[in-house]
Design a protein around this ligand. Structure first.
Ligand SMILES: Cc1cc2nc3c(=O)[nH]c(=O)nc-3n(C[C@H](O)[C@H](O)[C@H](O)COP(=O)(O)OP(=O)(O)OC[C@H]3O[C@@H](n4cnc5c(N)ncnc54)[C@H](O)[C@@H]3O)c2cc1C
Length: 295
């Protein structure tokens, strides 16, 4: 049995208290949320924090709030809450699509969106979702709040711009009219990490053209960020199968997958192509069916 190295433990009763504990115990302390990434890493001795600062009592970090043109989601919001939220699914169906594929009910009951983003695993599904939705992140530290766009959160695999004395408190998704989204993933078996996955968000113009689009890929070397050439090819065009095929081709060309136990480079590139076509098609179909239902 793998057991972690010895550590001390403190349970924060407010965000200020958590920040105070982080300041007191320094860079060898780590926040623990759901623990589904941190604890396995500690058992493998890939992470050896001297202090764990437990934020599970901070219920003010567990909210889903519609606020004007933004949906604000607390960093401690669990996967299961995101999966089941009709407000989230109504604005951003990509979230429910992704959550259905993340791990299993045990992990989804405890794992949090904040932990997912701060873990910065290149195969993390919610990172791609947040790139696609152009999320903004609110990070609190000793000098108050700062807001960073999703594309600035990750420095690289397992590395973020959240400093050791800071806490990610909120994820904000902009709500856009005439928009929809989708996510799809290939996994070796239910609950596994992605072999490859793709997500897209589209906004339609009044003439039926795709006015704006973001396309993100998971686990194929784009590190969850967006496929810019594919986006440029789609933006301003009328939706069609030929357009989805062109976007898929460009996304597959621009990613950089690595062969591993989940598949060869060629197979993953093929998935990037096919899954990109599917999410664009699905997001447009969703928009069309909402428009028909409203007419
Ligand atoms: C068997 C298994 C299968 C999984 N499959 C998938 C999958 O298919 N797809 C997928 O996307 N994920 C998967 N996961 C990961 C899962 O989504 C985790 O819940 C998630 O990665 C981490 O969330 P957590 O709340 O458990 O974070 P924790 O493990 O508590 O923390 C992870 C890291 O984030 C930091 N952190 C946490 N919260 C904050 C915060 N608010 N501010 C600053 N730092 C913070 C911690 O210090 C730590 O470094 C899987 C996990 C397991 C165990």
């Amino acid at each position: 049995m793998q057991i972690p190295a010895a550590f001390e433990y403190a349970r924060a009763d407010s965000i200020d208290h958590a920040l105070q504990l982080l300041a007191e115990h320094g860079p060898e302390s780590r926040v623990i949320a759901g623990g589904h990434s941190l604890l396995p890493m500690m058992k493998l001795r890939l992470a050896n924090p001297e202090w764990l600062i437990d934020i599970n009592d901070l219920t003010d970090l567990e909210h889903i709030t519609e606020d004007g043109d933004w949906l604000r989601v607390g960093a401690l919001t669990r996967h299961v809450t995101l999966l089941e939220s009709d407000i989230v699914a109504g604005h951003f169906p990509i979230v429910r699509d992704a959550e259905k594929t993340i791990a299993d009910p045990l992990v989804r009951n405890r794992g949090t969106i904040g932990g997912s983003l701060c873990q910065a695993d290149p195969a993390e599904d919610l990172s791609t979702v947040c790139h696609v939705l152009r999320a903004e992140l609110v990070i609190r530290g000793p000098n108050g709040d700062r807001t960073v766009p999703m594309k600035e959160l990750h420095r690289g695999p397992y590395e973020t711009t959240v400093e050791p004395n800071e806490i990610l408190t909120e994820i904000r998704w902009p709500i856009r009219a005439r928009s929809s989204s989708a996510y799809t993933k290939v996994e070796r078996r239910v609950g596994d990490w992605a072999t490859a996955a793709s997500g897209a968000s589209v906004t339609m113009g009044s003439g039926g053209q795709i006015e704006d689009v973001t396309i993100g890929l998971t686990a194929v070397g784009l590190d969850g960020s967006t496929a810019t050439r594919a986006q440029d090819a789609v933006r301003g065009q009328q939706p069609s199968e030929e357009l989805y095929a062109e976007a898929g081709r460009l996304a597959a060309e621009d990613c950089n997958p690595v062969e591993d136990q989940r598949g060869t480079e060629a197979y993953k590139r093929h998935l990037a192509d096919e899954l990109t076509r599917r999410v664009l098609r699905k997001a447009v179909e969703r928009l069309m069916s909402t428009a028909e239902a409203g007419s």
